[in-house]
Design a protein around this ligand. Sequence first.
Ligand code: HEC
Length: 195
Amino acid sequence: MSKKKQPLKTGEKVLVSIVVVFIVLAAISYVILETVRMNSDKPLFETKTSFDFTAEGAKGSKIFREARCTSCHRALRNGTNMGLSLDGVGSARSYDWIYSFLKDPEKTYDSKTLDHGAAPKEAAYVAKLPDEDLQAMARFISQLKAEQGSSSAPMPPKGRSEFIDSMVKAWAPKDWKERYEDVRDKPVQSTTEEQ
Ligand code: HEC
């Protein structure tokens, strides 16, 4: 007995054509996006995080990768997006804070720690690394800076943002200003404005 190939039913034909159209459109958009990106001299997204390493910072960056920090952290395009990004941390934390955190996380963090701290926490090994390595990594992390307004910066973008205003209006409880300080009202700290 020979099985005859059945022709597609109308409904199946429509479904297959829709899927094919989607795939073709996705491929075309990808090619257009990549072509624009490669030929444009402006970056697609503005980069607002930066680094400026001293010799010790550069050494710390190497140790950071070798010490498996990248399995939970992201810094300078290295590492995973699942964990905590350390880009820009240097604008919020000092070298001393970072070093003290690596050495004694539970005491330094203002809240309970998840992974850093005493065994059996997963990053318990970090505090036991050689002191020299911890210092180099703290130097590296303290040199990861974020410009004001970047997602990793401690300060929101300059000027009023309608988006932030509407989010605050929608989500913050009415009396939040009585209990918290609005960082947007603070004078901007910048090195050029310091006397
Ligand atoms: C198993 C996952 C994991 C590994 C591995 C890990 N970390 Fe972390 N790290 C975390 C988590 C989670 C936090 C938030 C604090 C906590 O709950 O432990 C954190 C917080 C930090 C912070 C503080 C950031 C801040 O501003 O609050 C620094 C600095 C840091 N890690 C550096 C490192 C370095 C350097 C290494 C490698 C030697 C490393 N971490 C390895 C998970 C990890």
